[in-house]
Design a protein. Structure first.
Length: 714
């Protein structure tokens, strides 16, 4: 039976501590590697041999320190010897090995420094013995899997794509709707649990599909439904006749596996897709960016219609850093340096973390909530390390921060359920970090706490019914963008009602409704901090004039921090490319003295931070501005004596002003200037109609505009 990664990491850390002073090749190598193999539950002599003789060029011979045919070659040196030369020596040995036995991996090591080389792709990993537990998954081949040194993001995107293939195959077969979405969410949990120690032993889900379903996939759906029933049933209530392969799975709880799904009828190809996903190593997969799963199964057209732009981890940190995280980190750093009352202060800091609550009213797949939870747990862990060092303490008394401090609203059911699972995934990862720090074996299974994710329309929901504002600490997120001219009638009506602008409701983007509703929510608790990602249109032109008087004057808000426009990145398939701003708000009764402003000299680069006494709605320093709330408002009376321009220069002429190359050449030979042409053309097109009076009745809609026609009206 294979060990789970939790246990393997603990063994690796203990191994590193035991051998921290090792340095002598001849006297310690064999014991060193015998114990290294034991980290993975492998008896070295069953797979590898020491001092394997190998023939080199010129009829010379050498001896490989450790050789695992077809898998691993180790060249061991005493400390402070040149590992570069050792690797060259190892590669010479590889050339002398029969091609069918040549290893894929070469390890050169002086006990304290390790260099692992993948001969298939040339990737090299270098680390210190003390960090072995951090890089132990690089030795996944010890357990029979082939790995590459991929980044966490690339591993996560690959996992999402594998799930996307299964989704597409099931959808094409007619298995759609709620059942399909629930099936994928349940499989997501199983795949993650199979590689991260939630399921023990490792790979039991993979083995269930591989060994207990037919190659044609005909019984895969039934087996999955049976498994879901087992995961939803406590061990003491299961039938005594339940087959051992199913009974080995733990009770999960959390309502994730409650309710019977319509049985999916798999084909051989569908089973293969599931097997590919199960063979993928999910241990490095980041729940924080697994929203790419949702994006990977949405078409670009649907994604644009819903305004869904997947948020990268880096961009999430731009929101939550100034909102709350930076202050908490600074507070903890100060407490750790205290000379008196340190323990009491640290315990109170941990208690403070447990009282914080976080609300994302457009949570999607939960990316903001997951990152915020991860960072809160890391702060708590740092606090606990400061209190207890690395002594072993009852795990139940350690961590008090839980997922039930997090709340969200999501319009679509599928991402709402993914958000719940992603929070459990991150909870398990955070528990593993505590295990490593305090040498524990701690897991919150069966699931007891759960994030509060409401499947509903946030703009039609009473936020206080989900999380009373008196209990809320921070409101954050990335609401749907949807420009004013792209909104549905329902969306436009929602914005009109929430903004209370009357008439047509103005030209606000959909995201503005979240700012306004947050301002109203904050009135019952003026200590709440707010931060949203938004279109940069909210800080420009007519939208600024409509939105900011509501936020400034109606709700008493001020800009606490902001990121000026920058290029928005996405790690999802079919990336969204937009320019956005991030705006943090606080009630003026609770606003910070210094407002932080992040500017981007390179719109795709890193920001430069400055601090200011106040910021305007246009995200500029308000110093020297008589009224920091001043915005340029719309007026019905022109300042100029010239005729009124009804629409401006938006290309809204149904193509009548688009010139062919020949027409442009003809126009270029005219005595009039381009500037005059643009001015006349704009003046004679009013509200999308040709002004026949101005044109002397000589031009009809759709006719070409040539020099003679324009000259007649200039």
């Amino acid at each position: 039976m294979r060990l789970g990664w939790d246990e393997i990491r603990r063994r690796a850390k203990a191994f590193a501590i035991e051998w921290k002073d090792a340095h002598y090749e001849k006297g310690e190598t064999q014991t060193f590697y015998n114990e290294f193999f034991e980290i993975f539950g492998i008896r070295r002599k069953q797979v590898a041999i020491y001092e394997q003789r190998v023939k080199l060029l010129n009829d010379r011979h050498g001896f490989i320190d450790l050789f695992w045919p077809g898998t691993l070659l180790v060249e061991q040196k005493s400390s402070r010897l040149d590992l570069g030369k050792a690797q060259g020596q190892a590669l010479d040995y590889v050339e002398g090995i029969h091609p069918t036995l040549q290893p894929r991996w070469v390890l050169t090591c002086d006990f304290q420094t390790w260099v692992l080389l993948d001969l298939d792709n040339g990737a090299e990993l270098r680390f210190r013995l003390a960090d072995l537990h951090k890089h132990i998954t690089a030795f996944d081949f010890m357990l029979g899997r082939k790995v590459t040194f991929e980044t966490q993001a690339s591993v996560t995107i690959k996992a999402a794509e594998l799930m996307g293939k299964l989704h597409d195959a099931l959808k094409d077969s007619g298995y759609v709707g709620h059942d399909l979405e629930q099936l994928l969410v349940r499989l997501l949990f199983c795949l993650f649990a199979d590689d991260t120690g939630i399921f023990q032993p490792k790979d039991i889900f993979l083995q269930l599909i591989e060994n207990d379903t037919k190659p044609d996939g005909s019984d895969a759906g039934r087996v999955l439904n049976d498994l879901f029933d087992v995961l939803d049933t406590p061990e003491n209530r299961r039938q005594s006749t339940l087959q051992a392969e199913l009974n080995a799975f733990p009770y999960v709880n959390g309502a994730l596996f409650s309710g019977r799904l319509r049985t999916p009828h798999f084909t051989a190809a569908m089973r293969d897709h599931l097997m590919d996903a199960a063979r993928h190593d999910w241990s490095p997969v980041s729940p924080a960016i697994f929203g790419s799963l949702f994006q990977s199964v949405m078409g670009a057209k649907e994604r644009r219609a819903k305004g869904a732009h997947y948020t990268t981890e880096a961009n999430i940190l731009k929101v939550i850093g100034p909102l709350f995280l930076d202050n908490l980190k600074s507070e903890l750093a100060t407490l750790k340096l205290r000379k008196t009352g340190r323990e009491k202060a640290l315990l109170e800091f941990q208690a403070k973390l447990t009282r914080l609550t976080f609300f994302d009213p457009a949570c999607g797949c939960g990316n903001f909530l997951v990152i915020a939870y991860r960072e809160l747990r890391r702060l708590e862990l740092e606090c606990l390390k400061a209190l207890y060092g690395d002594q072993q303490i009852d795990a139940a008394l350690l961590s008090r921060v839980t997922v039930d401090q997090f709340y969200g609203i999501e319009f679509e059911e599928f991402p709402a359920r993914i958000a719940e699972v992603a929070m459990w995934m991150m909870d398990h990862i955070a528990n593993n970090e505590i295990n490593e720090a305090f040498r524990l074996n701690y897991a919150r299974i069966p699931l007891k706490d759960s994030a509060h994710i409401l499947h509903a329309d946030a703009l039609e929901t009473d936020w206080g019914a989900l999380l009373p504002p008196e209990r809320c600490g921070f409101v954050m997120g990335n609401p749907p963008f949807v420009g004013a001219k792209l909104q549905t009638e329902r969306q436009r009506a929602q914005v009109r009602r929430i903004a209370g602008l009357g008439g047509s409701g103005g030209t606000l983007d959909y995201v503005a409704a979240w700012f306004i509703k947050s301002g109203q929510y904050l009135q019952a608790n003026r200590r709440i901090g707010i931060a949203f990602v938004a279109t940069n249109s909210l800080t420009q032109g007519e939208q600024a004039a409509q939105l900011w008087p509501i936020l400034f004057d109606r709700w008493g808000l001020e800009i606490a921090f902001a990121h000026r426009a920058f290029s928005w990145g996405s790690e999802a398939r079919g990336k969204a490319h937009v320019h956005v701003v991030i705006i943090g708000l606080a009630h003026r009764d609770n606003e910070p003295v210094e407002k932080r402003l992040f500017s981007y000299p390179d719109i795709k680069g890193e920001p430069v931070e400055t601090t200011h006494g106040a910021l305007t709605a246009y995200l500029f320093d308000a110093k020297g501005v008589a009224n920091r709330h001043l915005v340029v408002v719309e007026t019905t009376r022109p300042l100029s004596t010239r005729p009124t321009v009804a629409f401006g220069n938006m290309p809204n002429d149904d193509g009548n002003l688009i010139l062919s190359p020949q027409e442009r050449a003809d126009l270029g030979s005219c005595p009039m200037t381009w500037c005059r042409f643009a001015g006349v053309a704009t003046a004679i097109f009013r509200q999308g109609r040709v002004d026949h009076a101005a044109m002397g009745g000589s031009v009809t809609r759709g006719s070409s505009l040539n020099c003679e026609t324009l000259s007649s009206v200039m």
